[in-house]
Design a protein around this ligand. Sequence first.
Ligand SMILES: O=C(O)CCC(=O)C(=O)O
Length: 280
Amino acid sequence: MPEIYDLPPAFAETFSQDGVVLLPNAIDQFWIDLLDRGIQKNINAPTERGRVWDRDEQGRTCFYDSQAWREISEYQDFIEKSPLASVAAQLLNTKRVNFFFDAVFVRTPGTQFRTPFHQDEPYWSVKGLDTCSIWMPLVSVEKKSALEFVRGSHRWPQEFRQTNFGDLTSDERDQRRELSQKEYEPFPDIEGHRDTYDILSWDMSAGDCVAFNGRIIHGGSGNLSPGRDLRIFNTQWLGDDIRVCFREEGMDPDHSFIMREHGLSDGDQIGTELYPAFLF
Ligand SMILES: O=C(O)CCC(=O)C(=O)O
């Protein structure tokens, strides 16, 4: 059974309006220590999905892995028993959430590499507004190095041309195709016009979390001060309006094969043992 965390309703209101909310002190030290042990195991033995997103001339790296929770018992315990499922349910204003997947982002001390601005949901094998990702640093992080969000952009109606992470990582699994029959809006140049966007980020301590909607424009992180590293454990949760969506552009993570194996088709509710449900 997951721990229950009672969120004042104002947090869910902010999450709905802004697409992002800071949850100070949501996770206690027990969980941070557990996840730190899990991340160490994960770095020592990455899954087949693990990859170095960036390595600079000084050898500083940004390591990424995902969907390791069935292999790393510390991750599994955290997902099944920590208060995050209850946090996600309250933010999504629902009595049932499904766990979607986990991801880690580990930057070595001083790494400058910043994640380009993007939206998450257009890359996923599901579609809908009711998604909640919880970005959780296991160390303190300065505002200038934390993930940044464009307030309210989860409700913008445009379908933007998303970053092709394949150009960045040269990894085949990150390649995103463009459909000739589809009109994409150019992705807004957030970095080039920072003053014209309402960009949110926060100084955070280990135990603070940022919860955000899968459609919000976000990016950044990195830009670390000398000697400071960054270890992030991220979980994604799905709520009521979520349906299976196989995207011709390519998906990351691409669950289409395993979803089909479990009898899921485009437009279905997700359910199944692939995405454990938490009821409150
Ligand atoms: O932490 C990062 O660098 C990227 C995080 C991110 O984009 C995400 O969790 O969707």
